[in-house]
Design a protein around this ligand. Structure first.
Ligand SMILES: [Fe+2]
Length: 241
Protein backbone atom coordinates (compact mmCIF):
# COMPACT_ATOMS: atom_id res chain seq x y z
CA UNK A 1 0.00 0.00 0.00
CA UNK A 2 1.20 3.51 -0.83
CA UNK A 3 0.19 6.63 1.09
CA UNK A 4 -0.31 10.16 -0.32
CA UNK A 5 3.19 11.03 0.81
CA UNK A 6 4.42 8.68 -1.81
CA UNK A 7 6.27 6.57 0.71
CA UNK A 8 4.94 3.06 0.67
CA UNK A 9 3.36 1.99 3.93
CA UNK A 10 3.73 5.39 5.63
CA UNK A 11 -0.02 5.90 6.02
CA UNK A 12 -0.36 2.41 7.44
CA UNK A 13 2.25 3.23 10.07
CA UNK A 14 1.22 6.78 10.89
CA UNK A 15 -2.59 6.51 11.04
CA UNK A 16 -2.87 3.99 13.89
CA UNK A 17 -0.10 5.74 15.84
CA UNK A 18 -1.78 9.15 15.35
CA UNK A 19 -5.23 7.94 16.33
CA UNK A 20 -3.77 6.15 19.37
CA UNK A 21 -2.01 9.39 20.39
CA UNK A 22 -5.21 11.40 19.97
CA UNK A 23 -7.16 8.83 22.00
CA UNK A 24 -4.65 8.87 24.85
CA UNK A 25 -4.38 12.68 24.66
CA UNK A 26 -8.14 13.02 24.89
CA UNK A 27 -8.17 10.62 27.85
CA UNK A 28 -5.53 12.72 29.62
CA UNK A 29 -7.56 15.88 29.06
CA UNK A 30 -10.75 14.22 30.23
CA UNK A 31 -9.06 12.72 33.29
CA UNK A 32 -7.31 16.00 34.16
CA UNK A 33 -10.68 17.76 34.10
CA UNK A 34 -11.91 15.34 36.77
CA UNK A 35 -14.76 14.30 34.50
CA UNK A 36 -14.10 10.56 34.92
CA UNK A 37 -14.03 10.68 38.69
CA UNK A 38 -17.13 12.86 38.85
CA UNK A 39 -18.90 10.60 36.36
CA UNK A 40 -17.95 7.49 38.35
CA UNK A 41 -19.18 9.12 41.58
CA UNK A 42 -22.45 10.23 40.00
CA UNK A 43 -23.07 6.78 38.52
CA UNK A 44 -22.35 5.13 41.88
CA UNK A 45 -24.62 7.55 43.72
CA UNK A 46 -27.43 6.91 41.25
CA UNK A 47 -27.13 3.15 41.44
CA UNK A 48 -29.58 1.57 43.86
CA UNK A 49 -28.01 -0.39 46.73
CA UNK A 50 -28.48 -4.11 46.25
CA UNK A 51 -27.87 -6.48 49.14
CA UNK A 52 -26.91 -10.04 48.25
CA UNK A 53 -27.30 -13.31 50.14
CA UNK A 54 -24.32 -12.67 52.46
CA UNK A 55 -25.67 -9.33 53.65
CA UNK A 56 -29.30 -10.48 53.97
CA UNK A 57 -28.07 -13.54 55.93
CA UNK A 58 -26.88 -11.10 58.63
CA UNK A 59 -30.55 -10.42 59.28
CA UNK A 60 -31.97 -13.81 58.37
CA UNK A 61 -29.41 -16.64 58.74
CA UNK A 62 -31.99 -19.26 57.62
CA UNK A 63 -31.66 -17.96 54.06
CA UNK A 64 -28.53 -20.14 53.83
CA UNK A 65 -30.72 -23.22 54.35
CA UNK A 66 -32.41 -22.67 51.00
CA UNK A 67 -30.57 -25.23 48.88
CA UNK A 68 -31.51 -23.88 45.46
CA UNK A 69 -29.02 -21.09 44.69
CA UNK A 70 -31.33 -19.25 42.32
CA UNK A 71 -34.18 -19.20 44.87
CA UNK A 72 -31.76 -18.13 47.62
CA UNK A 73 -30.56 -15.21 45.51
CA UNK A 74 -34.10 -14.22 44.58
CA UNK A 75 -35.15 -14.19 48.24
CA UNK A 76 -32.19 -11.89 48.99
CA UNK A 77 -33.12 -9.64 46.06
CA UNK A 78 -36.70 -9.28 47.31
CA UNK A 79 -35.50 -8.37 50.79
CA UNK A 80 -32.96 -5.97 49.37
CA UNK A 81 -35.63 -4.05 47.51
CA UNK A 82 -37.99 -4.05 50.50
CA UNK A 83 -35.24 -2.62 52.72
CA UNK A 84 -34.03 0.03 50.29
CA UNK A 85 -37.46 1.25 49.11
CA UNK A 86 -39.58 0.80 52.26
CA UNK A 87 -40.35 3.32 55.00
CA UNK A 88 -42.36 5.55 52.65
CA UNK A 89 -39.57 5.47 50.04
CA UNK A 90 -36.85 6.56 52.49
CA UNK A 91 -35.48 3.04 52.92
CA UNK A 92 -34.34 1.36 56.14
CA UNK A 93 -30.89 0.93 57.56
CA UNK A 94 -30.18 -2.52 59.00
CA UNK A 95 -30.04 -0.99 62.50
CA UNK A 96 -33.44 0.65 62.02
CA UNK A 97 -34.97 -2.57 60.73
CA UNK A 98 -33.52 -4.57 63.64
CA UNK A 99 -35.15 -2.11 66.06
CA UNK A 100 -38.68 -2.49 64.60
CA UNK A 101 -41.00 -4.24 67.04
CA UNK A 102 -42.46 -7.60 66.06
CA UNK A 103 -45.96 -6.19 65.63
CA UNK A 104 -47.66 -2.85 66.13
CA UNK A 105 -50.68 -4.72 67.51
CA UNK A 106 -49.14 -6.39 70.57
CA UNK A 107 -47.98 -3.55 72.79
CA UNK A 108 -44.45 -3.33 74.16
CA UNK A 109 -43.00 -6.84 74.11
CA UNK A 110 -39.43 -8.01 73.94
CA UNK A 111 -39.42 -9.44 70.46
CA UNK A 112 -38.50 -7.61 67.30
CA UNK A 113 -39.80 -8.01 63.77
CA UNK A 114 -36.51 -9.57 62.61
CA UNK A 115 -36.47 -11.96 65.60
CA UNK A 116 -40.04 -12.99 64.78
CA UNK A 117 -39.16 -13.90 61.20
CA UNK A 118 -36.15 -15.89 62.38
CA UNK A 119 -38.32 -17.60 64.98
CA UNK A 120 -40.87 -18.57 62.30
CA UNK A 121 -38.22 -19.88 59.91
CA UNK A 122 -36.74 -22.06 62.68
CA UNK A 123 -40.20 -23.20 63.84
CA UNK A 124 -41.11 -24.19 60.27
CA UNK A 125 -38.00 -26.36 59.92
CA UNK A 126 -38.65 -27.96 63.33
CA UNK A 127 -42.32 -28.60 62.53
CA UNK A 128 -41.37 -30.18 59.19
CA UNK A 129 -38.90 -32.47 61.02
CA UNK A 130 -41.53 -33.54 63.57
CA UNK A 131 -44.21 -34.11 60.95
CA UNK A 132 -41.85 -36.21 58.88
CA UNK A 133 -41.35 -38.55 61.84
CA UNK A 134 -44.95 -38.43 63.10
CA UNK A 135 -47.05 -39.07 59.99
CA UNK A 136 -47.04 -42.67 58.84
CA UNK A 137 -47.54 -41.51 55.28
CA UNK A 138 -44.84 -39.36 53.78
CA UNK A 139 -45.73 -35.68 53.75
CA UNK A 140 -44.62 -33.89 50.61
CA UNK A 141 -43.04 -30.83 52.21
CA UNK A 142 -40.92 -28.71 49.90
CA UNK A 143 -38.34 -27.38 52.35
CA UNK A 144 -36.88 -24.71 50.09
CA UNK A 145 -40.33 -23.26 49.45
CA UNK A 146 -41.18 -23.49 53.14
CA UNK A 147 -38.06 -21.58 54.24
CA UNK A 148 -38.36 -19.04 51.41
CA UNK A 149 -42.04 -18.51 52.30
CA UNK A 150 -41.22 -18.15 56.00
CA UNK A 151 -38.62 -15.50 55.22
CA UNK A 152 -40.76 -13.65 52.69
CA UNK A 153 -44.20 -13.81 54.33
CA UNK A 154 -43.65 -10.43 56.00
CA UNK A 155 -41.37 -8.87 53.38
CA UNK A 156 -44.21 -6.45 52.61
CA UNK A 157 -43.96 -4.98 56.12
CA UNK A 158 -40.97 -2.72 55.43
CA UNK A 159 -43.23 -1.20 52.75
CA UNK A 160 -46.25 -1.14 55.05
CA UNK A 161 -44.35 0.60 57.86
CA UNK A 162 -43.19 4.20 57.91
CA UNK A 163 -41.84 6.58 60.54
CA UNK A 164 -43.65 9.61 61.95
CA UNK A 165 -41.99 12.97 62.62
CA UNK A 166 -40.78 11.71 66.03
CA UNK A 167 -39.21 8.61 64.49
CA UNK A 168 -41.86 6.19 65.76
CA UNK A 169 -42.68 3.27 63.47
CA UNK A 170 -46.27 3.56 62.26
CA UNK A 171 -48.44 2.06 59.53
CA UNK A 172 -47.76 4.35 56.59
CA UNK A 173 -50.13 5.52 53.88
CA UNK A 174 -49.11 2.67 51.59
CA UNK A 175 -49.64 0.19 54.43
CA UNK A 176 -53.16 1.51 54.97
CA UNK A 177 -53.88 1.01 51.29
CA UNK A 178 -52.07 -2.31 50.74
CA UNK A 179 -51.55 -4.75 53.60
CA UNK A 180 -48.23 -6.58 53.66
CA UNK A 181 -49.37 -9.93 52.15
CA UNK A 182 -50.34 -8.04 48.96
CA UNK A 183 -47.26 -5.81 48.91
CA UNK A 184 -45.11 -8.87 49.60
CA UNK A 185 -46.60 -10.87 46.72
CA UNK A 186 -46.16 -7.93 44.32
CA UNK A 187 -42.51 -7.48 45.25
CA UNK A 188 -41.74 -11.22 45.20
CA UNK A 189 -43.48 -11.71 41.83
CA UNK A 190 -41.32 -8.94 40.38
CA UNK A 191 -38.20 -10.94 41.32
CA UNK A 192 -39.41 -14.25 39.84
CA UNK A 193 -40.28 -16.01 43.11
CA UNK A 194 -42.19 -19.23 42.29
CA UNK A 195 -45.96 -19.53 42.76
CA UNK A 196 -45.63 -22.00 45.66
CA UNK A 197 -43.82 -19.32 47.67
CA UNK A 198 -46.13 -16.49 46.51
CA UNK A 199 -48.98 -18.66 47.83
CA UNK A 200 -47.41 -18.75 51.32
CA UNK A 201 -46.97 -14.96 51.33
CA UNK A 202 -50.52 -14.41 50.05
CA UNK A 203 -52.27 -16.82 52.42
CA UNK A 204 -50.17 -16.65 55.60
CA UNK A 205 -52.43 -14.22 57.40
CA UNK A 206 -56.21 -13.71 57.63
CA UNK A 207 -56.36 -12.97 53.91
CA UNK A 208 -55.80 -16.70 53.33
CA UNK A 209 -58.57 -17.94 55.61
CA UNK A 210 -60.98 -18.50 52.73
CA UNK A 211 -58.48 -20.40 50.62
CA UNK A 212 -57.15 -23.91 50.85
CA UNK A 213 -53.62 -23.39 52.12
CA UNK A 214 -50.79 -25.60 50.88
CA UNK A 215 -48.97 -27.81 53.43
CA UNK A 216 -46.11 -25.31 53.59
CA UNK A 217 -48.55 -22.43 54.09
CA UNK A 218 -50.40 -24.31 56.88
CA UNK A 219 -47.08 -24.85 58.66
CA UNK A 220 -46.03 -21.21 58.35
CA UNK A 221 -49.50 -19.85 59.24
CA UNK A 222 -49.50 -21.73 62.55
CA UNK A 223 -45.87 -20.88 63.38
CA UNK A 224 -46.70 -17.22 62.71
CA UNK A 225 -49.70 -17.28 65.02
CA UNK A 226 -47.83 -19.13 67.77
CA UNK A 227 -45.57 -16.07 67.97
CA UNK A 228 -48.37 -13.57 67.39
CA UNK A 229 -50.84 -14.97 69.94
CA UNK A 230 -48.15 -15.26 72.61
CA UNK A 231 -46.92 -11.72 71.84
CA UNK A 232 -50.49 -10.40 72.11
CA UNK A 233 -50.96 -12.13 75.46
CA UNK A 234 -47.64 -10.82 76.80
CA UNK A 235 -48.52 -7.31 75.55
CA UNK A 236 -51.90 -7.53 77.31
CA UNK A 237 -50.30 -8.67 80.57
CA UNK A 238 -47.67 -5.92 80.37
CA UNK A 239 -50.45 -3.35 79.79
CA UNK A 240 -52.25 -4.41 82.99
CA UNK A 241 -49.20 -3.82 85.19
FE1 LIG B 1 -47.60 -11.29 58.37
Amino acid sequence: MQGKSGYPGLAVCIRPALSSYLRSDRRVLVERSGFCENYRRTMKANQPTVYGVTKIAQLFPSIRKIKNKSLREKVAAVWSEAITTGCGGKGWTFAELRAVKFTLLAGDIKMTFVEHLNSCARQCTAIADVLKKSFRCSIPIQRDYLIAGALLADVGKPLEFDKDASGNVIQGKFGQQVRHPFGGVALAYKHGIPGEVLHIIATHSHEGDKMERSIESIIFHHADFVDFDIAKLLGKRAGKK
